[in-house]
Design a protein around this ligand. Structure first.
Ligand SMILES: NC(=O)c1ccc[n+]([C@@H]2O[C@H](COP(=O)([O-])OP(=O)(O)OC[C@H]3O[C@@H](n4cnc5c(N)ncnc54)[C@H](OP(=O)(O)O)[C@@H]3O)[C@@H](O)[C@H]2O)c1
Length: 286
């Protein structure tokens, strides 16, 4: 296991940033809105997050709530350039022109001039290179400030390194202590190529929040197990994307800057690895 904590971790709040390529900065905690229902629930979650100090929202075309993210953003009263918005290209829209068209639909749904980070949601076999060419075009024309990939495992990334004229700024995939060591190869390959790693499903979709070793560490710090998992991700140098539609949890999930996990606690958490996959497993995609 060569993956070690990223020494750049000096954040003091959810709006603090890490550097991506091309001078773009990404806030370290983003609100996830997967399975956040379209309509008021997502709008209110976004408003609650921005009230709690988040400056980063992670949505996707396939989540069906981009318009609600845009509504929440406008209702917050914050300027557009104060909030980092990520959305993603869905699998049915791969290929050069379909990618450009899908981007435009997402941009309109969100009601924004540009998107801060546009990600290829999944490494769909067959059209990855021409899809990436379209992503590069979106970057070159300034429609997306940064481009990246999601669910790209080491073999997808190796392939992309062979054809990319502009490397991804970000690789987003499932990470928690329950699978981090199993993903060390793709974490290391991403970092070696200057690609920021983002952790999705950092709370294991709620499945491990009562796991005794995790509970013991939370008790030692007088915090929730969700906060331990988010703090762990930050100390690993990851951008972390917890999802909730509850305002109190949204605020609590960003309140992780008043304590630090010790090296022993980080080691205990890393040792929980069981190659957990809570949804789809991209390692099996050719
Ligand atoms: N690129 C991809 O393929 C991909 C895949 C999956 C996820 N993602 C992104 O990553 C984000 C997060 O992942 P996720 O939604 O799969 O799962 P997650 O963040 O690991 O877990 C979310 C679950 O935890 C609950 N929860 C949140 N805070 C809690 C707290 N403090 N205490 C107890 N329970 C809490 C939520 O319930 P409530 O909402 O009821 O609070 C929800 O059931 C997504 O929303 C999405 O933006 C990306």
């Amino acid at each position: 296991m060569s993956t070690s904590p990223d020494p750049r971790h000096t954040s003091t709040g959810p709006a603090d940033t890490l550097p991506l390529r091309d001078g773009v900065e990404i806030p370290v905690i983003g609100l996830g809105v997967f399975r956040s229902p379209a309509g008021r629930a997502t709008q209110q979650a976004v408003i609650a997050a921005l009230d709690a100090g988040y400056r980063h929202i992670d949505t996707a075309a396939v989540y069906g709530n981009e318009a609600d993210v845009g509504h929440g953003l406008r209702a917050s009263g914050l300027d557009r350039d104060q909030v980092f918005i990520t959305t993603k290209l869905w699998n049915a829209d791969h290929g050069y022109q379909p990618t450009l068209d899908a981007f435009e639909r997402s941009r309109r749904q969100l009601g924004v001039d540009h998107i801060d980070l546009y990600l290829v949601h999944w490494p769909v076999p067959g059209t990855r290179e021409e899809t990436w060419r379209a992503m590069e075009h979106l970057l070159e024309t300034g429609k997306a400030r940064a481009i990246g990939v999601s669910n790209y495992m080491a073999h997808h990334l190796e392939e992309l390194l062979g054809y990319a004229q502009h490397l991804p700024s970000v690789n987003q995939f499932e990470i928690s202590p329950y699978n981090f060591r199993s993903r060390a190869d793709v974490v290391d390959l991403s970092r070696k190529n200057g690609i920021q790693v983002e952790a999705y499903s950092p709370l294991t979709k709620g499945r491990k929040l009562d796991d005794p070793p995790l509970v013991r560490i939370a008790e030692a710090h007088g915090c929730s197990t969700a906060q331990v998992l988010i703090r762990w991700a930050l100390q690993q140098g990851l951008v972390v994307l917890p999802k909730s539609t509850h305002a109190d949890r949204i605020a609590g999930n960003a309140d992780v800057f008043g304590f630090a996990l010790t090296e022993d606690e980080m080691e205990t958490l890393d040792a929980l690895d069981e190659n957990l996959v809570t949804a789809w497993d991209p390692t099996t995609t050719p």
